[in-house]
Design a protein around this ligand. Structure first.
Ligand code: CA
Ligand code: CA
Ligand code: CA
Ligand code: CA
Length: 435
């Protein structure tokens, strides 16, 4: 009974956590007054810079970037923020229909009717009335995540229906093609909006297939224009000449990180704190990637025992070593999850003083020895600082040990062997978290 209660509380906590996280990644990051402008006959906009989204009860758009991994139901493909414009994109989730073997549910995982599910809104200033061709940059990993609709001012004209992507799966590509009965891969120059009056209009995109990944779009009166690479830079109304990419990039999460990191720099340099200075870093990176799949299990570094080890708690999320006191530290905890074969993802922290070295043991058997990648910043989290240990058989009750050694570039300044934790992911999925 008690176990059941604890389990229910845990599940409730997990639901609240993931709901909070989901809300954050689906909330707009720009003000509703921001208007995107034409520049050199093109209006370019990052998909993630919608000012609101509506019709979200069945499916919703979520941001993915280096530090933002939504975890909302089925989503089988890995993050694709690398190569996306502004290093960020939107995906409409959950992606219940991944292949044509999954049941097609109209009005649920598919909508041939535009404007019904997951509507993104953008304010666009048109300098003159006319026909504007619409291009969008998308990444498709299958045949059931490559359709989208575009409309304007709550109307969904025929030539905005069924935008289609077919080629170059797994790559970010620009397309402006309309799927027809005859041509499933789409006909060029048939996706456009006819804008009746100059001025600000609400340009909207809505879901056709779930799991669609949307990076950026552009509108142009030039029917021969073909965007390349990440496309033209966006321009917005209230910043004169400045383009949006850097200014709008900072989501709440990143701002928090930047501020706290700046604080840490000060603290580390402060002579009064010396080497025992404990910077406060409030990053959710570990939590975010741990929550990517409900099948994952994770143990954050700070849940490992510290007392009697040479580790200390570094801020809210990390364990670290004071290199003046010790060059090595070791801690052990128990694996309390279902027995099975797992991929182990070790979430390290890159440091610029050198490469910390780690050893992972399961019941005193070393399963991996590795170094964390050198970072450019004083310290940094992200996919390139994670390490994958594939296909490890672990039983409930096994002991998991982490041994860390500080590293050094110059023999003077040492790293602190910082790490954030370990994620146990289903076998075969570990590579989604590492590089
Ligand atoms: Ca995905
Ligand atoms: Ca789908
Ligand atoms: Ca997808
Ligand atoms: Ca983007």
């Amino acid at each position: 009974m008690k176990t059941k209660l604890i389990l229910s509380l845990f599940l409730l906590g997990t639901i609240i956590l993931s709901t909070a996280q989901s809300t954050k990644f689906s909330a707009p990051t720009i003000n509703k007054d921001v208007v995107f402008l034409e520049q050199n006959n093109v209006i370019a906009v990052e998909a993630e810079h919608f000012y609101k989204q509506t019709k979200t009860n069945i499916r919703e758009w979520y941001r993915t970037s280096q530090n933002e991994f939504p975890s909302v139901g089925k989503d089988v493909d890995k993050p694709h923020w690398q190569g996306a414009s502004n290093d960020t994109y939107l995906e409409i989730l959950p992606d219940e229909r991944t292949t044509n073997k999954d049941l097609l549910k109209k009005g649920d995982n598919f909508s041939n009717i535009p404007g019904k599910i997951g509507v993104l809104h953008y304010k666009i200033k048109f300098n003159k009335p006319g026909r504007y061709y619409v291009w969008a940059r998308a990444l498709s990993t299958g045949s059931e995540d490559n359709g989208l609709h575009v409309g304007v001012d709550n109307t969904w004209p025929n030539h905005g229906k069924r935008m289609q992507w077919c080629h170059d799966r797994g790559k970010w590509i620009w397309a402006s093609k309309q799927r027809t009965k005859e041509v499933h891969c789409g006909v060029p120059k048939q996706i456009y909006l006819d804008i009746a009056t100059a001025g600000v209009h609400d340009v909207q995109f809505s879901m056709r297939e779930d799991g669609f990944e949307f990076d950026k779009f552009l509108l142009t009166t030039n029917s021969d224009f073909v965007p390349t690479d990440k496309g033209p830079k966006p321009y917005k109304s209230n910043s004169g000449t400045a383009h949006t990419t850097t200014k709008l990039k900072n989501t709440n999460t990143r701002q928090v990180n930047n501020t706290t990191k700046a604080k840490e720099v000060k603290k580390k340099k402060s002579p009064t704190l010396g080497n025992t200075g404990k910077p406060s870093v409030n990053t959710n990176y570990f939590k975010n990637i741990s929550n990517r799949s409900p099948e994952n299990h994770s143990i954050s570094a700070i849940k490992f025992p510290v007392y009697g080890t040479q580790f200390y708690k570094n801020g809210k999320n990390w364990l670290a070593i004071d290199p003046d006191k010790s060059k090595e530290a070791k801690t052990t905890t128990t694996f309390n999850f279902a027995s099975g074969v797992y991929d182990i993802v070790f979430v390290g922290v890159g440091e610029n003083d050198g490469q910390s070295m780690f050893k992972i043991l399961v019941n005193n058997t070393v399963v991996s020895t590795f170094k964390t990648t050198l970072s450019e910043k004083m310290f940094e989290e992200g996919i390139k600082f994670n390490t994958l240990i594939e296909s490890i058989n672990i039983k409930r009750g096994d002991e998991i040990t982490v041994v860390a050694n500080v590293g050094t570039n110059d023999g003077v300044e040492y790293t602190r062997g910082r790490w954030a934790g370990i994620i146990f992911v289903p076998e075969g999925e570990g590579q989604l978290y590492t590089k």
